[in-house]
Design a binder for this molecule. Structure first.
Ligand SMILES: [Zn+2]
Length: 259
């Protein structure tokens, strides 16, 4: 959105008493960041985030800028809404099991019953035009095998850990998932990040620091140190400090490939 459009959007929220915002993660986080930087008061009651799982950094920015909590909605164009984050379950999501049959399958396409990670497959109960049966959604997550404090009977899954295509390949050709964790340890120091892949094992990590935090350089050092310890023998990382991470029509692209 342009600056003028975001100003108008903020005015509309205030004027109309909007309490519920739903949007792409990239767009809502950018809007919240805009409110922080321009001292705009905007007070919806709740934000639902679609298209990308919202991470600790995005949650912090939405809480600061829009003064409310952000909740993940797991959905797709093919299957619509499949799961929704519960306020009482540490960012886990309830599967909408009255509408979709969600399975998590292993590499042999066998259902995983414990809390091991696998790939999501969906059977829709509501699409009578184009039935989708065991449709490979391609996202990775795991079951949370406990009853939620809220009392709802819908089963729980962990927040989506990324699509199958969202992996990095190390120098030895091995896939690595969930390389983002160091960022989640220091959400107050960071406004955004992105991996730019040049070749297997050769990656630039773009970091947009939260310069409102006087100690942001400590956060950057923590991230560099964590990657060095965890993946130093598998990747050659270089770092680029940037002022923003552009989104792609509202979608956050965690991993992009050098053209
Ligand atoms: Zn719940």
């Amino acid at each position: 959105m342009t600056t003028e459009a975001m100003l108008e959007f903020a005015r509309d929220i205030d004027r109309n008493g909007v309490t519920y915002l739903r949007g792409y993660a990239g767009a809502l986080v950018e809007f919240a960041q805009f409110c922080i930087e321009n001292g705009i008061s905007c007070y919806p009651k709740i934000c639902s985030v679609v298209s990308n799982p919202i991470d600790a950094i995005g949650r912090r920015i939405i809480q600061e800028g829009l003064h409310c909590d952000a909740f993940d909605v797991y959905g797709s164009n093919e299957c619509q809404n499949m799961a929704h984050e519960c306020a009482q379950s540490e960012h886990n999501l309830h599967v909408l099991s009255d509408l979709r049959h969600l399975e998590i399958l292993d590499e042999q396409q066998q259902p995983i019953e414990d809390e091991s990670e696998g790939v999501v497959y969906i059977t829709s109960f509501t699409n009578f035009i184009m039935p989708l049966i065991r449709y490979r959604q391609g996202d990775r997550t795991n079951w949370i095998k406990k009853t939620c404090k809220c009392g709802l009977p819908f089963p729980l899954i962990h927040r989506i850990k990324g699509r199958e295509s969202n992996w990095l390949v190390d120098k030895n050709g091995q896939k690595v998932f969930a390389v983002t964790s160091p960022f989640f340890d220091v959400p107050n120091f960071i406004n955004g990040y992105q991996y730019v892949v040049h070749a297997p094992g050769k990656v630039t990590i773009k970091i947009n620091p939260n310069k409102k935090n006087p100690d942001f350089e400590k956060g950057i050092e923590y991230i560099k140190d964590s990657y060095s310890k965890q993946y130093g023998n598998r990747f050659d990382f270089t770092y680029e400090i940037v002022d923003s991470i552009p989104h792609d029509d509202g979608k956050l692209r965690i991993i992009v490939f050098e053209k």
